[in-house]
Write a protein that binds this ligand. Structure first.
Ligand code: UD1
Length: 309
C-alpha cells in the first residue's frame, strides 16, 4: 500500500483518480484550493489539505510521507488563460514549481504531471506524436509545456522521477458545466438537457480526441509505477477524433433531442484539429483505452441526468 498525493483531488480528473486509488486499497491525500474543485467530490475519510500550491509552504506540507504525487491541480482552460495570463501562470507554473521542489526534497518516488494536447498547437500534421515540436499558441498551452519541461529538468538535474501524461479533451461525470470555460461536452449536454441550443464557436468542423475519464485514470496510474518511463512525455487519449457537429449529433441521439445548434465566431486561440498517436502509451505503459467514446458519452449523459432530477 502506497500513499498517493492527488493535487486538485477535489476537481474533475483528480477526484476520479482518488476514487480509483481508494478502490484498489492505496492511501490517498488531497490538496486543493477549491477554486473549481468541490468538497462533495472527495470521498469521506480522505485526508484533505485546503491550500494553494503556489503559496509558500503548502506543497511542503502536502508531500510529507508521500510515495507518489499525481499533479492534477491547474486552471484548465485555454480561453481563461487568454483572458488572465498572470493568474493562470501562477496556478499552472508557480504551483507546479513549488510542488517539484517539495517532491524533490521529500524524496517522492515519482511525480506524474498532467500535461495537455494544447502544447502541440496548430500544426496540420495528425496524429500528434510526442516527438513533434511543441508549438503553444496560448498562455495555457505554454504553461503546460513549461510544466513538463520543468519535470524533465528535475529528472535530469536532481534525479526526481517524473512522467508527463498529455491529456486530450477529457470528459466524464463530475466535469462541471458551470462556467463558460467548462469543457465543451459538459456544456453541450447541459444545454440539450435543458432544451436549449448548444453554442458552437466556429463552423463546428474542428475535431478533438475526446477521451473518457476512466481511460485517463488508467493511463495515469500506469504512468506512476511503470518501469523505464521516468522523464518521458506520453499522450493519454483514444487515438481517434470527432468534430463538434458529430458531437452534437451524438448527444442529440442519446437524449432523443433535435434541438439544432447555434453558431458564433471561432474562439481566440482555438486549435483546428487534435488527435493523439497513442503508440507510445501502448508500448511503454501497456495502456489501452478500454472505454469507447460512445460508451463514455452515454455514462456522462446518465450522470448529468441524475443532477437534474
Ligand atoms: C484544450 C486542450 C485540452 C485541455 C483543455 C483544458 C486542445 C486541442 N485541447 O481543450 O488538452 O485539456 O483545453 O480546458 O488544445 N466550444 C464550443 N462551444 C462551447 C465551448 C467550446 O463550440 O460552448 C468549442 C471550442 O471552441 C473548441 C472545442 O469546443 O473548438 C473544445 O473546447 P474545450 O472543451 O474548451 O477544449 P479545448 O480548448 O479544445
Amino acid at each position: 500500500m502506497s500513499l498517493y498525493l492527488v493535487t486538485g483531488g477535489a476537481g474533475f480528473i483528480g477526484s476520479h483518480l482518488v476514487e480509483a486509488l481508494l478502490k484498489r486499497g492505496d492511501q490517498v491525500r488531497v490538496v486543493d484550493n477549491f477554486s473549481t474543485g468541490k468538497r462533495e467530490n472527495v470521498p469521506a475519510g480522505v485526508d484533505v489539505i485546503e491550500g494553494d500550491l503556489a503559496d509558500d509552504g503548502v506543497a511542503v506540507r502536502a508531500v510529507v510521507g508521500c510515495d507518489y504525487v499525481l499533479h492534477q491541480a491547474a486552471i484548465p482552460s485555454v480561453p481563461r488563460s487568454v483572458k488572465d495570463p498572470l493568474g493562470t501562470h501562477r496556478a499552472n507554473v508557480d504551483g507546479t514549481m513549488q510542488l517539484l521542489v517539495a517532491s524533490r526534497d521529500a524524496g517522492v518516488k515519482r511525480l506524474v504531471f498532467a500535461g495537455s494536447s494544447s502544447t502541440y498547437g496548430n500544426s496540420a500534421v495528425l496524429p500528434k506524436r510526442e516527438d513533434m515540436r511543441p508549438s503553444p499558441i496560448t498562455p495555457y498551452a505554454l504553461q503546460k509545456y513549461i510544466g513538463e519541461q520543468y519535470c524533465q529538468l528535475f529528472t535530469s538535474l536532481y534525479g526526481l522521477e517524473t512522467v508527463t501524461t498529455r491529456y486530450f479533451n477529457v470528459f466524464g461525470p463530475r466535469q462541471a458545466p458551470d462556467s463558460p470555460y467548462s469543457g465543451v461536452i459538459s456544456l453541450f449536454i447541459k444545454a440539450l438537457l435543458a432544451g436549449q441550443s448548444p453554442l458552437i464557436h466556429g463552423d463546428g468542423r474542428q475535431t478533438r480526441d475526446f477521451t473518457y475519464v476512466a481511460n485517463v485514470v488508467d493511463g495515469v496510474l500506469r504512468a506512476a509505477t511503470a518501469e523505464g518511463v521516468s522523464g518521458e512525455v506520453i499522450n493519454v487519449a483514444t487515438g481517434g477524433r470527432i468534430s463538434l457537429l458529430e458531437l452534437v449529433r451524438a448527444v442529440q441521439l442519446i437524449l432523443g433531442s433535435d434541438k439544432a445548434p447555434t453558431f458564433d465566431p471561432p474562439r481566440e486561440g482555438d486549435v483546428k484539429d487534435s488527435q493523439a498517436d497513442i503508440f507510445k502509451a501502448r508500448k511503454m505503459l501497456g495502456y489501452d483505452p478500454s472505454v469507447p467514446f460512445e460508451d463514455g458519452l452515454r455514462q456522462t449523459v446518465a450522470w448529468f441526468k441524475t443532477l437534474s432530477v
